[in-house]
Design a protein around this ligand. Structure first.
Ligand SMILES: [Zn+2]
Length: 92
């Protein structure tokens, strides 16, 4: 005789799936591995290079031995340089 319905054990949480685009972008950022041409990751990197934010918010990341001030945009991650007192997206 069963008085109480048996409690079901809570369902195991979904295993976290790594987003392949995110992985490819991280590989590009951290290891310098270029994303596969035509992939979403390549698009992300390309868009970022053009600067997707309306107004960049640069943070200085200049290290010793660098001739000019260099930085990164905190919004889009674009590499930036300071030229004549103004931050610009670094080219090449
Ligand atoms: Zn930006």
């Amino acid at each position: 005789m069963k008085f109480w319905p048996r409690r079901r054990p809570p369902a195991a949480p979904e295993p976290e799936r790594a987003n392949p685009t995110r992985i490819a972008v991280l590989e590009h950022d951290l290891l310098g591995i270029p994303p596969e041409p035509g992939s979403a990751a390549a698009l992300v990197v390309a868009l970022r290079r053009t600067g997707t934010c309306v107004e960049h918010e640069p943070v200085e990341t200049t290290t010793f031995g660098e001739a000019r001030l260099t930085g990164l945009c905190t919004r889009c991650g674009a590499a930036m340089v300071e030229e004549e007192g103004e931050w610009r997206v670094a080219t090449a």
